[in-house]
Write a protein that binds this ligand. Structure first.
Ligand code: ADP
Ligand code: MG
Length: 327
């Protein structure tokens, strides 16, 4: 099977969701698209490399799913509605079973989120998946990292720390280093956190609903403290967080706090949204996210730095790593 057969069989024969704005999709030297009137284009790209972002033996459906999900999460964080994507796939060989499962994971999520595959590039090399995505956002209404102000409430969607726990369990099992804190976790909860790591749910609905309400927003890919820091530094601001308010799943609740809090505050890969809302917009927030899971965890302050308070009001001496750094 050559490169062109591969593209035809696994990527271009698939009938992607249609958008009026796509003039020409896969098959030419470039795709042709136009912007929707009154809309800006939100464009993001994310690469998943084997051995860096996932173990090489991860299920191919999950690799395909996640390669798109992390990009959809960027759309959510901007308040954008995703429209189309390109795929750059580098793989060591043509493994048809792997490719079929990979494209199913990727294109299944693409169909479910209304995203069309309009082009890409296919090469041989160490397994690397790059998805570039484009979405629409009404002019001037994108959520950005720069609008936070002192007094804003700090919120997160869903629950935090599950993906970090799954990574921790994986790492410990590889190193034969049995972590006694997680020994009591049921099989069902282990499976749950593994699914949270492999199949993050992009908060697209929440992102769109937050247009005009959130002053700033980001998706939590590197860890809450690191990502919240990106909302605070542009204005030279700080924050106070109530540790016991950080939403935890049953899996994290079943762990001792000393294990759960560093995961919830410091570990990445959850792909929840973190956003700030001025006090005047709180009623609109309640209305806009009435059907969503979200929690207020703290307040933006003028003093730089993030102060985490324990239940007794004591300052938490945290030992979180502050975000994954590639270099
Ligand atoms: P070129 O040599 O002009 O870059 P290619 O031979 O790489 O073109 O690709 C042929 C067509 O197939 C292009 O339209 C390209 O966008 C598309 N394509 C290549 N790889 C992929 C892929 N993995 N998924 C989707 N489309 C792809
Ligand atoms: Mg090419």
């Amino acid at each position: 099977m050559n490169e062109f057969d591969l593209i035809r069989r696994y990527f271009s024969s698939h009938h992607s969701p249609r958008h009026e704005e796509i003039i020409l999709g896969i098959g030419d030297d470039a795709a042709l698209c136009r912007a929707r009137p009154g809309m800006e284009l939100a464009i993001a790209v994310d690469t998943l490399a084997a051995g860096v972002h996932f173990p090489a033996d991860t299920a191919p459906e999950d690799i395909g799913y996640k390669a798109l999900a992390v990009n959809l999460s960027d759309m959510a964080a901007m308040g954008a509605e995703p429209a189309w994507m390109t795929l750059a796939l580098t793989c060591p060989c043509v493994n048809e079973t792997w490719l079929a499962a990979f494209s199913q994971g990727l294109l299944g999520l693409a169909d479910a989120s209304g995203v069309a595959l309009i082009g890409g590039d296919t090469t041989r090399g160490p397994l690397t998946v790059t998805v570039q995505i484009t979405g629409f956002v009404p002019e001037g209404r994108a959520l950005t990292r720069t609008g936070a102000q002192a007094g804003d409430g700090i919120y997160v969607t869903g629950a935090l720390g599950d993906a970090g726990l799954a990574l921790q369990i994986l790492k410990n099992s590889q190193e034969d280093n049995f972590l006694k804190e997680t020994a009591g976790l049921s099989q069902a909860l282990r499976q749950y956190v593994q699914t949270r790591l492999d199949r993050p749910v992009p908060r697209l609905h929440e992102g769109i609903a937050l247009r005009g309400i959130a002053a700033s927003a980001i998706d939590v890919s590197d860890g809450l403290l690191a990502d919240l820091g990106h909302l605070l530094t542009p204005g030279n601001l700080g924050a106070v967080l109530m540790l016991e308010k950080i939403p935890l799943s049953s899996a994290l609740k079943s762990l001792p706090r000393e294990t759960a809090w560093p995961l919830a505050a410091g570990a990445g890969d959850d792909y929840e949204l973190c956003f700030t809302v001025p006090p005047s917009r709180e009623p609109d927030l309640q209305y806009a996210l009435a059907k969503c899971v979200y929690t207020r965890i703290g307040t933006v302050e003028t003093t730089p730095g993030i102060r985490c308070l324990c239940t007794d009001g004591q300052l938490w001496q945290n030992h979180c790593q502050t975000g994954y750094k590639h270099f």
